[in-house]
Write a protein that binds this ligand. Structure first.
Ligand code: ADP
Length: 374
């Protein structure tokens, strides 16, 4: 028996196939969604073909789906039924780019695997019980109570996986274990997890808040946005486009939203590319400090996702000055590692880990947990 995990984005459908309860990865892959149609359901048959093409003869006993926004409704993973599908659809208002592809993939996968349970695993659930002082914004309270304006947090699947994996990797019991996880990909966020529970995170009501990202601004003075609307004559849609797609590394450097491309430009002397990287590293460093303090200290710092796993120079920059938190990386280990790895300097209490992003594994485990407990 095997468990299929689907992760539908706006331009790709990622799949992973696991061998039953052992959650050994049997196969995985990415199917590009034709941009003309841009409908993830069209990618599902390609995944089925790939599975049928002999990767596995075992029957698929359950399908786990990544869903970005669970709103206030989904505080944990759930088996999918018609009511759940309706609710995820309603939440598309809060996640217009993210929930519709997941819904399309769910619909198609349920047609392809009608007899088996499908499970939704949400990126927001890990942050559903952040303490009130970390999820209520200092805005009119009615916005929170009546309009759903709160910190939801995102990348929770990745942060939950990494926090658990860090404890496992270091052989520490989860109780009292304090870990700061930095998910640095195209989108970037960081989170503090204490004893297996998230206690703070950088992304907020939307995935725009917090760290500097490839093309997203992260946190900026809200007064700038009012200035742009009132004095610079921007329409809200234009401002949205600028904050989502033309800010961050791309906005400052003018080169690219791709970390590697900006690094290359900086290497050959592009000053704005250097500045963009410096702002980026500074935002990561500041977040680590704030998240560590939220837990009264930190036992392990984790880097994951494309930039976190691969950019040694960023890790070095981001860790500069963190000795005051008991964190110091070993430059040699940092430069030559294969995740999962520990790159903390010897003799230092805090550990610094690079972990491979494995959202698929977390989704598979959640899926199995739910179908077993049913
Ligand atoms: P996503 O958030 O879309 O899943 P990834 O986790 O794959 O994205 O991260 C993409 C980012 O990782 C890009 O900015 C890319 O430049 C960066 N990246 C990938 N490999 C490297 C590398 N070897 N060095 C520096 N950055 C890298």
């Amino acid at each position: 028996m095997s468990v299929l995990v689907l992760n539908a984005g706006s331009s790709t459908l990622k799949f992973s196939l696991f061998a039953g309860r052992s959650t050994d990865l049997v196969a995985d892959g990415i199917v590009e969604i034709p941009t003309l149609e841009a409908d993830p359901k069209d990618a599902v048959p390609a995944v089925l073909d790939a599975i049928r093409d002999g990767i596995s003869r075992d029957p698929v006993v359950a399908v786990g789906h990544r869903v970005v926004h669970g709103g206030r409704v989904f505080i944990g993973s759930v088996p999918i039924d018609a009511r759940v599908i309706d609710e995820i659809g309603r939440l598309s208002e809060l996640a217009p780019l993210h929930n519709p592809p997941a819904l399309a993939a769910i619909g198609e996968a349920r047609r392809a695997f009608p007899g088996v349970p499908h499970v939704a695993v949400f990126d927001t659930s890990f942050f559903a019980d952040l303490p009130p002082e970390r999820h209520v914004y200092p805005l009119p309270y009615e916005w929170y109570a009546e309009s759903g304006v709160r910190r939801y947090g995102f990348h929770g699947i990745s942060h939950a996986y990494c926090a658990g994996r860090a404890a496992e990797f270091l052989g520490r019991p989860p109780e009292g274990f304090r870990v700061v996880t930095c998910h640095l990909g195209n989108g970037c966020s960081a989170a503090a997890t204490l004893g297996g529970r998230a206690v703070a995170t950088t992304m907020g009501f939307t995935p725009l808040e917090g760290l500097v990202m490839g093309s997203r601004s992260g946190s900026v003075d809200p007064g700038i946005l009012i200035h742009a609307l009132e004095r610079m004559g921007l329409f809200p849609e234009e401002l949205d486009e600028i904050l989502q797609r033309r800010s961050g590394l791309l906005g400052v450097s003018g080169v690219s939203s791709d970390f590697r491309a900006v690094q290359e430009a900086a290497r050959v002397g592009n000053e704005r590319a250097r500045l963009a990287l410096a702002i980026y590293a500074d935002s990561v460093r500041a977040a680590i400090g704030s998240l560590a303090v939220a837990m009264g200290g930190v036992d392990a710092l984790v880097f994951t996702a494309g930039v976190g796993e691969n950019a040694a120079s960023l890790r070095e920059e981001a860790c500069r000055g963190l000795e005051c938190l008991g964190l110091r990386l070993d430059p040699g280990r940092n430069r030559s590692l294969r995740p999962d790895a520990d790159l903390a300097a010897p003799g230092i209490s805090g550990r610094i880990l690079v972990l491979r992003a494995r959202e698929d594994l977390h989704i598979a485990r959640e899926t199995l947990r739910l179908i077993v407990s049913k």
